[in-house]
Design a binder for this molecule. Structure first.
Ligand code: SAM
Length: 283
């Protein structure tokens, strides 16, 4: 059997790196580091990457998932906001995956401020996302990089359930509809607390998005996303009432809904992305 290209980080290595850097993980930056090689390999496997994928990872932290990704892809860009972590990462990768260290590029930046100029046409986003900004980061990357065809992210379990929810489900909401604008969204498993240091208070979940090869919709996200926001701003209301402000009046909202073949008495939580797209297309 051939030698693995990277020596993944376990609990001992994570503690040693954190104490060397004098890092006290902060809640504000969602710093819960993976210290379980089995979980790391499980995440990488769930992403089903090919050797020619150009992967972007948000929040590499101490390098746990980064090393796992470098085992299977040869083009990896990581975006890390914390300068202490970003600056230590090259050394970690050189020590633990010397043969492939040149395959990683680091961008020290807030992921929410990443632009198309920072990463050239990535094909996949794989990340253990910082929990407090997980949905905004995910939607920002999907909007900024239409070249992304596969997403595999770890988020809080309840966010994973919400992202993957279908119309009619109790947890279906704005993130569910917006994520499904970009592709087919699936739950790809649950992850317990003990694979992290420090252990978070809540379980996590994996979400996979298989993005559409080409944008199938006749309207842009700028046309459809404001409608989604308006429909869910008042969850309990019928679409006729919830969209009255958007269309100028309740009768105008009713007219648009009927033209899109949507029952005005329906609530937003029952409406799929294709319905919102149809409504946005009504002149
Ligand atoms: N990938 C590592 C792992 O699995 O062990 C760390 C994951 S940890 C949940 C989240 C990481 O995202 C931290 O390294 C944190 O510093 C970083 N982070 C937090 N907010 C960020 C932001 N806005 N942009 C980029 N990185 C961010």
């Amino acid at each position: 059997m051939s030698e693995p290209v990277a020596a993944l980080l376990g609990p001992v290595e994570i503690r040693a790196l954190a104490s060397e850097l004098d890092v006290t993980p902060t809640k504000k930056l969602g710093q819960n580091f993976l210290h379980d090689p089995n979980t790391i390999r499980r995440i990488v496997a769930a992403a089903e990457l090919s050797a020619d994928d150009k992967v972007v990872e948000v929040g590499p932290g101490l390098g746990s998932l980064t090393l796992g990704l470098l085992e299977v892809v040869s083009d990896l860009t990581v975006v890390e906001i914390d300068p202490r972590l970003a600056q230590r990462l090259p050394q970690t990768v050189t020590q633990r995956a010397p043969g492939v260290a040149g395959n990683m590029r680091i961008i020290e930046k807030d992921a929410l401020k990443t632009t198309a100029a920072d990463v050239e046409a990535p094909t996949a986003l794989v990340a253990n996302l910082p929990y407090n900004v997980s949905v905004p980061v995910l939607l920002h990357f999907l909007a900024t990089f239409p070249s992304i065809k596969r997403v595999l992210v770890m988020v809080q379990l309840e966010v994973a359930d919400r992202l993957a929810a279908s119309p009619g489900s109790k947890v279906y909401g704005v993130p569910s509809v917006k994520a499904s604008y970009y592709g087919n969204v699936y739950k790809a498993g649950n992850i317990g607390k003990n694979v992290f240091w420090p252990a978070p208070n809540i379980d996590s979940g994996l979400v996979r998005i298989d993005c559409f090869e080409a944008n199938p919709w006749p309207v842009t996200k700028e046309e459809v996303f404001p409608l989604i926001d308006a429909a869910f701003a008042q969850r309990r209301k019928t679409l006729r009432a919830a969209l009255a402000g958007f269309y100028g009046s309740a009768p105008a909202a009713e007219e648009a809904l009927l033209a899109a073949n949507i029952d005005p008495k329906q609530r937003g939580e029952k409406i799929a992305v294709e319905d919102f797209v149809r409504l946005a297309g009504v002149q």
